[in-house]
Design a protein around this ligand. Structure first.
Ligand SMILES: Cc1ncc(COP(=O)(O)O)c(C=O)c1O
Length: 380
């Protein structure tokens, strides 16, 4: 328990709240669902195809392939790129575990690199040293909504003849040098997990690409290895995006840029209000549009701060506490504490403050005031 006296009780502020958005778009969502339910077409079909066209156009790619989740999207994209047993895929140490699991599902090995201290994204300078003759793909993650510095990464990939798969699960609508994430690699995988910047009402995902050969291989893999029904060319998967979720996503895509602007306004306000405290706010790289999927601060005395906020009725989230290569499931890869100094330090400091488009500015002010009160008390 913190020694600081709690302020007067007020309405709790959740770390995330999906109900406020649903209340705003309820009529549109129900109209879209009502197009699917009477059709009798509950897998594949026109509603899914329509969303695929819209999402590809949004990302600036020629195609999108709706997949059942972000994890499956990563797996199928890697499979479509030919990744298999004995291959290596390079990714970053601080990500959601699904990024690495998708590699492991295919019998390949994730190879981890540390991240840069300013943005927490893959350290492109450390990349080349990890490339071996078995490396097939580089898998950067646009962490928390901040695009990875893709131009130098692409140069390294091209020098070594490697494919690039973006894990864009945090970064729908983010922009790098005038181009949206999803269009920056050979392909990208998106999660539409409900709380994401673009989220479905259940598990959902997509792959986007402008490579027609890769698109074709992924479509075949997505539905039991078939080009034509009942002829199974390869051992495929059952990982289609449901048209019901596609209908929901089609509605939400129309609002996405407004919601991103709301996230950015919240981030700006936090930035103004949290100045001068012993914490680091998220940085936006030059020529980039950060979409603030998460508002992740790196704070001194992080655990105590989280407890103090909880006492004030303010939700916060503590994710990615242990870098993926140091998780028990990857013990066999032989990494040890100290191998990823930046990712390990950041993991000990990070805390997500409430962030969702419908968070009100008076709530942002209350959160910031509570953070200030914590450090004012802590300094006494
Ligand atoms: C960076 C990252 N990659 C992949 C995934 C996996 O997506 P899903 O939960 O839709 O399978 C997530 C989702 O949480 C994620 O945050």
């Amino acid at each position: 328990m913190s020694k600081i006296a709690p302020s007067a009780p007020a309405d709790p502020i959740p770390a995330e709240d999906l109900t406020r958005q649903y209340a705003q778009i309820r009529a549109e969502i129900h109209a879209a669902i009502d197009r699917v339910l009477p059709s009798g077409k509950y897998t594949l079909g026109p509603v899914l195809e329509e969303f695929e066209h819209q999402f590809a156009a949004y990302c600036g790619t020629t195609s999108a392939i709706g997949i059942s989740s972000g994890t499956a999207a990563l797996q199928l994209a890697l499979a479509g790129m030919g990744v298999g047993p004995g291959d290596e895929v390079i990714t970053q140490a601080n990500t959601y575990v699904a990024t690495a699991f998708a590699v492991s599902y295919l019998g390949a090995t994730p190879v981890f690199v540390d991240v840069d201290a300013k943005y927490g994204n893959l350290d492109v300078g450390a990349l080349e040293a990890r490339i071996t003759p078995r490396t097939r793909v580089i898998l950067p993650v646009h962490l928390y909504g901040q695009p990875v510095d893709m131009d130098p990464l692409r140069k390294v990939a091209d020098r070594h003849g490697l494919k690039v798969l973006e894990d864009a699960s945090h970064a729908h609508g983010a922009v790098y040098k005038g181009r949206r994430t999803g269009s920056l690699g050979d392909a990208a995988a998106f999660s539409f997990y409900p709380s994401k910047v673009l989220g479905a009402y259940g598990d959902a995902g997509s792959i986007v690409t402008s490579d027609p050969g890769l698109e074709h291989r992924i479509r075949v893999l997505r539905y039991m290895g078939q080009e034509v029904k009942h002829t199974h060319l390869v051992i495929g998967y059952q990982e289609r995006l449901d048209p019901l979720q596609a209908a929901v996503l089609g509605v939400k895509l129309r609002h996405l840029d407004t919601w991103i602007e709301q996230r950015r306004a919240i981030a700006r306000r936090y930035g103004e209000l949290l100045k001068g405290l012993p914490l680091r706010i998220p940085a936006e790289a030059p020529d980039c549009r950060h979409v603030y999927y998460l508002y992740t601060i790196h704070a001194e005395r992080r655990d105590e701060l989280a407890t103090f906020l909880a006492e004030q009725g303010i939700g916060s989230q503590l994710i990615y506490r242990t870098p993926v290569p140091l998780q028990p499931c990857y013990e066999h890869l032989g990494y040890k504490p100290g191998d990823f100094p930046v990712a390990e330090r950041l993991a000990g400091e990070l805390l997500n403050l409430p962030m969702f488009p419908e968070l009100r500015l008076d709530e942002v002010e209350r959160v910031a005031a509570a953070v200030r009160a914590f450090y004012a008390g802590a300094r006494r």
